[in-house]
Design a protein around this ligand. Structure first.
Ligand code: FMN
Length: 440
């Protein structure tokens, strides 16, 4: 049987390609803000419990329970803030981009419900600088929501006030880390902060703050409208509901696909995305964005389950799957990823600042036939001072998870291609002419 998507968060934007971002279409055809009306009649604590019961986990990368995070806010400290992470900097991830451009009212409704649940009266939507169209449409949607009484003072006569501020970043990967994002919102360089204190205790302007991903918050209205039990009934194990996966690379039909968790990688990659293009065989795939350790064709029948991915020593991360065919040199991909992380390291922690550059340089010489026989072991050796133990789930000597990400692809090279790479290094080394001794 053909595999099908389970469209919840993407249903409306797919059905109204031409105008899904407009207030009129969202109200008329998607019952936009009806979940907010319902939520405003509930107790804030009941909404938090409902989202906890649904099992919804963060869609930004770490997969932390959304309702659980909200419940960590100290009971009696005000003001508190909600920040929406719309930075989406993880290479190959393009789902939030789509939600921002094509269903901004769904996000705003999720923001308003969440702000009410945690009793925040100011929310920020932090959008990656490059998302010009997304920022324009979100700002228009915010303006329309204000004009129609869904934001601002005394929303729908409930007595609840909420201001939403759209903030454009300048486009840097580290601003996606939740504490980097908060620093950037405060007008500082986007550099991560040591945790604890976690943002829930001390976040924006040192006040309790919840940071959630765009897709996470876009799911909230559906849970309120249709109930936590319905949502918890979808998915597999502790990975409930659906997720949007951005499938890219060498597949016939790259794109965003919303599927029930528990669907297999094979159904997603071969079924929905049409499999490896031009009839070639798959060499490997990256299951959760550039930061995630790789998987092999033998893993295709594994389920899209966040905890199972952990057992396979990787993660579903930001929900981005990159597929590489048999013609690809894994060493070249590793070097390309290394260059990205070295470029984006903010420099605050020494192991990441120095290590990411070394990884880039050593991989450069390995790729270009200038490596030394023990270069892979050298990488693993100094890499273990960024990621002690070199094994996912990664321990780290850096403040944020960018540090471990610099080593994910190197660990993957060693895990799946180690023998052939060591052989290649030996061969390349032997081929090079020994240095001539120049005598006087
Ligand atoms: C270097 C780095 C970049 C990140 N980039 C993003 C991002 O672009 N979008 C996002 O939602 N989360 C990103 N995260 C994860 C956030 O720190 C945080 O876990 C997430 O926004 C929480 O939202 P969630 O619980 O709804 O997933 C990043 C983390 C790190 C370490």
């Amino acid at each position: 049987m053909a595999v099908e998507e389970t469209r919840i968060v993407t249903k409306f934007l797919r059905s109204r390609e031409k105008d899904s971002w407009t207030f009129e279409a969202a109200r008329k055809h998607n019952k936009a803000y009806s979940a907010l009306e319902k939520a405003l009649g509930m107790e804030p604590a009941t909404i938090v419990e409902e989202v906890q019961t649904s099992g919804l986990r963060g869609r930004g990368g770490a997969g932390f329970g959304a309702g659980q995070k909200w419940s960590f806010l100290p009971k009696d400290v005000f003001p508190r803030y909600l920040a929406v992470n719309a930075d989406e900097g993880e290479p190959s991830t393009f789902k939030d981009h789509m939600l921002l451009e094509r269903d901004p009212h769904q996000i705003i409704e999720g923001v308003a419900i969440t702000a009410f649940a945690i009793q925040a009266h100011v929310a920020f939507i932090y959008i990656r600088g490059e998302f010009a169209l997304g920022a324009e449409r979100v700002q228009q949607a915010v303006d329309d929501a204000y004009a129609n009484g869904f934001l601002g003072k005394n929303i729908l006569g409930s007595g609840f006030d909420l201001d939403v501020i759209v903030h454009r970043g300048a486009g840097c990967y580290i601003a996606g880390d939740e504490t980097g994002l908060l620093s950037s919102l405060e007008g500082e360089r986007a550099m991560p902060r040591i945790k604890p204190p976690f943002p829930a205790a001390q976040g924006l302007y040192a006040a309790p703050t919840v940071v959630n991903n765009v897709e996470t918050l876009s799911t909230v209205p559906h849970i309120i409208r249709r109930g936590a039990k319905w949502y918890a009934g979808l998915g597999v194990n502790k990975s409930t509901g659906t997720r949007i996966f951005s499938v890219s690379g060498m597949v016939e039909r790259p794109g965003n696909y919303e599927v029930e968790l528990g669907t297999s990688f094979r159904d997603l990659i071969e079924g929905l995305a049409g499999g490896v293009r031009d009839g070639k065989a798959m060499k490997f795939f990256i299951p959760g964005g550039a930061s995630a350790p790789w998987l092999m064709p033998e893993h295709l029948d594994e389920p899209l389950d966040m905890d199972r991915a952990g057992e396979l020593k990787t993660m579903l991360g930001s929900g981005a799957i990159m597929v590489f065919d048999e013609t690809v040199d894994p060493l070249l991909i590793s070097w390309r990823l290394a260059k990205f992380f070295a470029h984006e390291s903010c420099g605050k922690c020494t192991p990441c600042r120095e290590g990411s550059g070394w990884i880039d340089k050593v991989l450069y010489r390995m790729v270009h036939g200038l490596g030394r026989p023990d270069d892979l072991d050298l990488l693993l050796d100094f890499g273990s001072s960024i990621v002690p133990g070199l094994n996912a789930p990664f321990a780290q000597t850096t403040i944020c998870a960018l540090g471990p990400s610099t080593m994910s692809h190197v660990v993957s090279l060693d895990r799946y291609f180690g023998a052939e790479i060591r052989e290649r290094l030996k061969r390349d080394f032997a081929k090079r002419a020994p240095l001539e001794v120049v005598s006087a």
